[in-house]
Design a protein around this ligand. Structure first.
Ligand code: IDP
Ligand code: MG
Length: 153
């Protein structure tokens, strides 16, 4: 684990349809993470299979691919100290019915298949997923003026 990390998030189709893009992004901005990449896209079946390839063969796989390709999503890259694990804990448990209040899933969702947000689960997947969704030139290097009051290093 390095101190400064980048990780991929996806506001899933149900998050976009429910008008929660701003709420979800606000959680991460308020936490102090920096948005270094952001776009609204519709995921193709090919991209979905690439992204969720690790789940191929599981009973929920076909439904997962169908759902993630069903409408627009917002994909973003967040940067900050320990961003990968910070994003995961800010998201809450995969099964939203078990997610703690205060987490994104615990505040906005009730079901595992409609759990609003994806976040990379480790350094290797973060790297792969960022490369899958973003070209290098779509990621911007900049420093928020507030970061000196949020980041210790
Ligand atoms: P994660 O999104 O918390 O990393 P994963 O295990 O990577 O969870 O699963 C990817 C997504 O697949 C979940 O966010 C959820 O929407 C869906 N999913 C996972 N397990 C199940 C299941 O058992 N039934 C239905 N959908 C599932
Ligand atoms: Mg996962």
């Amino acid at each position: 684990m390095s101190y400064m990390e980048r990780t991929l998030i996806i506001v899933k189709p149900e998050g976009v349809q429910r008008g929660l893009i701003g709420n979800v992004l606000a959680r991460f901005e308020q936490r102090g993470l920096t948005i270094v990449g952001l776009k609204l896209i519709q995921i193709t079946p090919e991209l979905a299979e690439n992204h969720y390839g690790v789940h191929k063969g599981k009973p929920f796989y076909a439904g997962l691919v169908k759902h993630i390709t069903s409408g627009p999503v917002v994909v973003g890259v967040l940067e900050g100290p320990r961003a990968i694990s910070v994003v995961r804990t800010t998201m809450g448990a995969t099964n939203a019915s078990e997610a703690l209040p205060g987490t994104i899933r615990g505040d906005y969702a009730l079901e595992i298949g409609f759990n609003i947000i994806h976040g990379s689960d480790g350094p290797e997947t973060a790297k792969q997923e960022i490369n899958l969704f973003f070209k290098p030139e779509e990621l911007l290097d900049y420093t928020l003026p507030t970061s000196k009051w949020v980041y210790e290093q």
